[in-house]
Ligand binder design. Structure first.
Ligand code: PA5
Length: 482
């Protein structure tokens, strides 16, 4: 392996970029040669932190729009996360714990992907099959509205109906909370899912339905979800101006899921804050997010790496990759730079999960075009491990795995994948977390958001808009005739 080059934070987060450097890849001189640009990028991010002003950034209506995601780690009066919003989230957590049997979150894109990350990491895919006791009395959790697929809606409705009839209840009726999440309040997938599930739930004789909406509450947004919430007296949570969908997981959008599943919300934000503080230096070697951005920017610029694979080791990390797809694609996939030059910037994000995709994608990573950075994500210690027994002692192929820790095997698989890529001078890097707790998850998500923000500055593109999605939206409106 290449010489170890890494940044390790005192709380255990590691960014190991050894395998981005060396023969056929990048050099220290390449990075130092960009000093002027990295300094400028650091200055621009400082301005956004201090003022919320990102150069030339306009909303989709062409109006100046602030960028406030860098305020999310801090709970302050007049900040998007403030004492009042925290109080509302804690009240939601308590209410769900005491009163609610199941929560259906409805949303798409930035109003879904981060919520799914939190659910997958802290609950896991078998959550709805666990007993009340195993779920520590926390509710069943469902996600919908992330597609227009009628089969998905019908199947999920059947599942909810079955659980509602047979699962454990807190009272006479099965209490379902429906949570539509939409900043605009007008997204087709979310509104159709809301109409469908609301209709089915309120007309059911064994379900008691309540609704909490998460939407833009300001006058300009004029969200129909907020209008409904006022009309019906539902709970509502605010998606503040300046918090775009893909940067909203640490705001009410994602934190409602954190509250419903009983996470320590303050610890998530503390992790983000620790990362924000660790990424203040203008010296690229001392700032992990700036260095991450610089390495990816240079790999694209000098070595045509226009694909980034995010490969988390462990099934529960799969949705981190899916969340990152949106973050990278919408933020950096830009036709024009801020001066109006055509640049066609960005990398195609590929979600992957180890070890599963070592049996599917790795062939392409190892032998395909030299246009990829494989970004590994690893957790040093899962809360639980399995050490294998041996029910077949007479079969040598089984005996050799006797006593093997699966966590150790997972690490060996990732190291082997890194070493093999390195042996062919392929680009990779690794983020590693000591634990998968709230603090480190907040830290990781914020690190990725900030890295993308720095890269936007290096590439001189607006990382906060997504004009490219308007083209299909116009056509679709015409197709639907509404
Ligand atoms: O990043 C974005 O802005 C989008 O992916 C949105 O999150 C997505 O389109 C959903 O929008 P809304 O929250 O308005 O329903």
């Amino acid at each position: 392996m290449a010489i170890q080059n890494m940044i390790q934070l005192s709380d255990g987060f590691v960014f190991d970029y050894s395998t981005m450097l060396g023969d056929g890849r990048l050099s220290v001189e390449d990075i130092n040669g960009l000093k002027c640009a990295t300094n400028k990028a650091a200055e621009a991010i400082d301005v956004i932190r201090a003022t919320g002003h990102a150069k030339n950034h306009l909303s989709k209506d062409g109006e100046p729009e602030p960028v406030f995601f860098m305020r999310l780690p801090y709970v302050k009066q007049d900040f998007p996360n403030n004492p009042r919003s925290m109080q509302k989230l804690h009240a939601l957590a308590e209410h769900v714990r005491e009163e609610v049997d199941a929560v259906i979150f409805l949303g798409i894109g930035g109003s879904y992907l981060g919520n799914k990350v939190l659910f997958d990491i802290f609950c896991g895919e078998t959550w709805n099959c666990l007993s009340n006791e195993e779920r520590k009395k926390r509710p069943y959790i469902f996600f919908a509205g992330n597609n227009l697929d009628p089969m998905q809606s019908l199947n999920l409705r059947s599942l909810i109906r079955n659980i509602g009839k047979t699962g454990e209840k807190k009272g006479d009726k099965f209490k379902v909370m429906i949570v539509p999440i939409s900043k605009s309040g007008t997204t087709l997938e979310t509104l159709t899912a809301f109409s469908y599930y609301y209709d089915k739930c309120i007309s059911s004789d064994y379900i008691e339905t309540e609704v909490a909406v998460v939407t833009g509450l300001d006058e300009a947004t004029d969200s129909p979800l907020f209008r409904l919430a006022k009309e019906h007296g539902w709970r509502y949570f605010d998606v503040k101006d300046g918090i775009g969908g893909r940067f909203s997981v640490l705001h009410d959008v994602g934190l409602v899921t954190a509250a419903a599943i009983g996470l320590d919300i303050e610890a998530i934000l503390d992790g983000a804050k620790a990362m924000d503080m660790a990424c203040r230096s203008h010296d690229v070697w001392e700032n992990p997010a700036l260095l991450n951005a610089t390495l990816k920017f240079l790999a694209a610029d000098k070595c045509n790496c226009d694909i980034e694979v995010l490969m988390g080791y462990g099934m529960c990390l799969k949705s981190v990759s899916e969340w990152y797809v949106q973050l990278l694609a919408e933020s950096l996939g830009k036709r024009y730079d801020r001066n109006g030059n055509t640049v066609f910037y960005g990398r195609t994000p590929i979600p992957a999960v180890g070890t599963t995709d070592m049996h599917a994608q790795t062939q392409q990573h190892q032998d395909g075009r030299r246009n990829k950075v494989v970004q590994f994500l690893y957790v040093e210690s899962f809360s639980k491990d399995i050490v294998l027994g041996n029910p077949f002692p007479h079969i040598p192929e089984f005996s050799k795995y006797y006593g093997l820790s699966m966590q150790k095997a997972l690490k060996a698989a990732m190291n082997a994948n890194r070493e093999a890529l390195d042996g062919d001078k392929r680009f990779s890097a690794m983020y590693s977390l000591p634990l998968l707790d709230e603090f480190h998850v907040g830290q990781l998500l914020y690190f990725l958001m900030l890295s993308v923000a720095y890269e936007g500055e290096l590439a001189n593109v607006d990382a906060y808009d997504q004009p490219g999605v308007e083209a299909y939206k116009r056509i679709m409106k015409r197709e639907l005739g509404r």
